[in-house]
Design a protein around this ligand. Structure first.
Ligand code: EPZ
Length: 429
């Protein structure tokens, strides 16, 4: 796969409106495979991961694990991760700067190398994104951190045998990081409350349990871990990407003609499907064959939507920009409140450039539906905003040029191939 350079981001030329028909297969989950890859640091043994998407972020995590001393080979959707030499406890700024999720190697690496120096992850266009919950929880587990010159230095200190951690907010990253760092604390019991319950965390817990970890409370907000001496290697298949699936489902509701989205986990998509049903969108699902089939509807027949993003099982913030496009085409007033990230509305100005009528009041977008969007030069600020602008451009009258589009390759595998297969024409340059 050609290395994607996010620095010199490309442009996408899109002529609208287009119709999406046929079927698209969903890839493995980006947000599940990244913490799972970080957790492979917990064992010396060989790990084989299946259903691993080919994405820029997976490439970045691969680089980070190789920095730490792992040997990684890829064969199509399979990743083989081995350890043939002593691990190194230092991860430089460059890869961490590119991807926040890379910080989740810090705890597991400190447990293995006893001393680490890992770059602090920066913020991004979604707002300030500190890691205080991570560091406070790790401290209770005996990993002491000092930060200087943009790096966190970690070392092992004594800790109690009974450890209680209560997260101030059900942070996905902190929950994953603390669970992964607790499993090897032999003879200790660690209880983490107010945990996030996203399906990606269930995937991580299944992975760790199959390595020999002792974890109770899966799918609940209270996780209890009984530390063990060591973990063994395994073969594991990553779950399907519910955000990629949700993106294609929303695309189908706006420009679909019996668009079939395959290899999905229906349960993970319930909140989205229930919301679409509530506003009057019909679709066919098969829990047996794991697909959703959906077509564009006459927006005039739809009810307005009022959404609050929230931790799972609430409405995912990673589908907020995409659902804003649908809301912008439904006559009347809809509202979307963003409660996870302080500034995840960078797509709003761009949609307004295309003729949408959206205004912001604090963390709420107030959307007055319009009959159609018009093609325009627009720019993407982050991964999900890029996906939303692509959907908007595909539904719009006329030509759009989306710049900074390379963000989209961080989370959507084989995008051009998949779009081609459902009859969608885009030009990348
Ligand atoms: C994960 O990010 C996902 N990333 C994000 O998806 C997703 O938007 C987010 O969870 C929420 O669902 C991956 O899984 C790789 P958080 P994460 O910790 O873990 C604050 C995408 O598009 N916070 O749950 O970084 C934080 O600032 C990406 O695929 C602290 O204040 O999210 C935010 O406001 C974007 N201190 C809130 O909590 C901390 O120590 C939720 O963040 C940690 C978090």
């Amino acid at each position: 796969m050609n290395a994607i350079n996010l620095e010199s981001s490309g442009k996408l030329l899109v002529k609208g409106p287009q119709i999406a028909k046929g079927s698209v297969k969903i890839s493995g989950s980006k947000n599940a495979v990244l913490p799972i890859m970080a957790a492979t640091l917990l064992t010396k043994e060989k790990v084989i991961l299946r259903n691993v998407p080919e994405l820029a972020d997976v490439q970045t995590m691969t680089e980070i694990l190789e920095y730490s001393g792992k040997t990684i080979n890829r064969n199509d959707e399979i990743l083989i991760i081995e350890e043939n030499k002593e691990l190194v406890g230092e991860i430089p700024y460059e890869p961490v700067r590119k991807m926040r999720a890379s910080f989740n190697v810090y705890g597991p690496l400190t447990l293995r190398t006893k001393e680490t120096k890992v770059a602090l992850p920066g913020g991004c266009s979604l707002g300030v994104r500190p890691v205080n919950y991570h560091l406070e929880g790790l401290k209770k587990m005996g990993i002491e951190s000092t930060t200087e010159h943009g790096y966190v230095m970690g070392k092992i200190i004594d800790s109690k045998n009974e450890i209680n951690i209560s997260l101030p907010f059900p942070s996905v990253g902190a929950t994953e990081h603390l669970i992964s760092s607790a499993v090897l604390l032999e003879g200790k019991t660690i209880k983490i409350s107010n945990c996030a319950m996203e399906p990606e965390i269930t995937d991580l817990i299944d992975f760790l349990s199959k390595m020999g970890a002792q974890i109770e409370g899966k799918n609940t907000s209270i996780i209890t871990i009984h530390g063990v001496k060591e973990l063994h290697g395994l073969e594991y298949s990553v779950s399907p990407d519910r955000i990629e699936a949700g993106t294609y489902i929303i695309m189908g509701a706006i420009i679909g003609d019996n668009l079939k989205i395959e290899r999905v986990c229906i349960d993970d998509l319930r909140i989205l499907l229930n919301m679409l049903e509530e506003i009057g969108i019909e679709f066919e699902i098969s829990e047996k064959e794991n697909y959703v089939k959906i077509s564009k509807v006459d927006f005039k027949n739809l009810k307005n939507l009022n959404i609050d993003t929230a931790p799972y099982p609430g409405f995912p913030t990673d589908l907020q920009p995409q659902i804003s496009v649908l809301a912008s085409l439904i006559p009347g007033k809809s509202t979307i409140s963003e409660n996870i990230f302080s500034s995840r509305f960078n797509h709003i100005d761009e949609l307004n450039r295309m003729g949408a009528k959206i205004r912001l009041e604090d963390n709420t977008a107030i959307i007055d539906g319009v009959d159609y969007l018009s093609g325009a030069p627009i720019q993407a600020s982050d991964l999900r905003a890029a996906a939303a602008l692509l959907i908007a451009a595909l539904s719009a009258e006329g030509e759009s040029i989306i710049s900074n589009i390379d963000h989209i390759f961080r989370g959507y595998e084989k995008l051009k191939e998949k779009l081609d297969k459902i009859g969608i024409k885009i030009e990348y340059n």
